[in-house]
Design a protein around this ligand. Sequence first.
Ligand code: PHE
Length: 396
Amino acid sequence: MSAPNKDFDPVQVTPLDAEQVEGAVADALAAVAAAGDLEELAAASRAHGGDRSPLALANREIGALPPSAKADAGRRMGQARRRVADAVAERRAVLEAERDAAVLVTEALDLTQPTSRRPRGARHPLGLLVERVEDFFTGLGWSVLEGPEVEAEWFNFDALNFGPDHPARQMQDTFFVDPPEDGLVLRTHTSPVQARALLDHGAPLYVAVPGRVFRTDELDATHTPVFTQVEGLAVDEHLTMAHLRGALDALVVAMLGEGTVTRLRPAFFPFTEPSAELDVRCPVCAGTGVVAPGAGARAQGAATAAEEAASTRADDPAGEGAPCRTCGGTGWIEWGGCGMVNPHVLRAAGVDPERFSGFAFGMGIERTLMFRNGVQDMRDMVDGDARFSRRFGVEV
Ligand code: PHE
């Protein structure tokens, strides 16, 4: 070790020998060239160009040389260290370019790939239709109410003037809930909410009640054991059949359009007197009862391409002159029951029939969708196939 060396340095320094410096440079260049990535290059740079590298240690020896030799040695050491530094910089540029190129490959986005996103669903047309009905009644100033689907037998039948042995109880095929002594049924219609609403709110009252109802029917093209009704009930002083007719006419226009022809046909319900069925002239065959010229059964009643495609089931081909499948060849479609509220029902619900009278009606929503939108098979409505719903448009 040569003087002056003020700091104690335990490392044995390399004597300033040209060959050894050349050897250290050669080692450094080999290590730099061998670095396969930026991390290895940083390690090689530390080992061969850092403070403790052979070249750095040799550099320190310059101070101990006689002044005549200092300049020359300094230049040689400077060149040697620059060669190493240049090699590191060059290699770094190459490795950085390689890394950038690799990132472009591994993180590339192929914008032409098909999307993996699921198609948007669509609201079910029955729900949309119920909302339309609700909007109509809300517009008239009526309230929209709901009632329970598991209903007391008393509300479903007794309060509605079905006697205990009334054949009408069997007329509506009822799901009874176990145990039978609890007197609970799955409601067979929305009419029990008539009595509930009157007991809760009294008269005068104007309410619409949409909801699911249940009957022991097999699922087929025209029946489903779970379906939807909308009940209407108006109770006030001096209400007559004319008010019923007026309300129904307005409902018909709102749901089926101006110019729809209807008729009231005498019928019977224990909870209305007099009672009627509201028939709508079949919009598919325009009341003729037969398939119109040029219209296959598939396209019957389809006002738009979306509606035409609204069945996922294949239809039987039915040519011109065949009986219309929508109305069964009668030219009329039964839309729902209606009538003047039976005084017994008012009395059972705590309303004075001497002072108040009322009218009520109940429409099937599935049927409405069938003849309004040309859906020919009710099973399409319960399958849960999104293609069916989407054809009615994605409304929110
Ligand atoms: N509840 C009856 C049915 O389901 C329809 C109806 C409602 C009839 C209101 C008259 C009055 O068939």
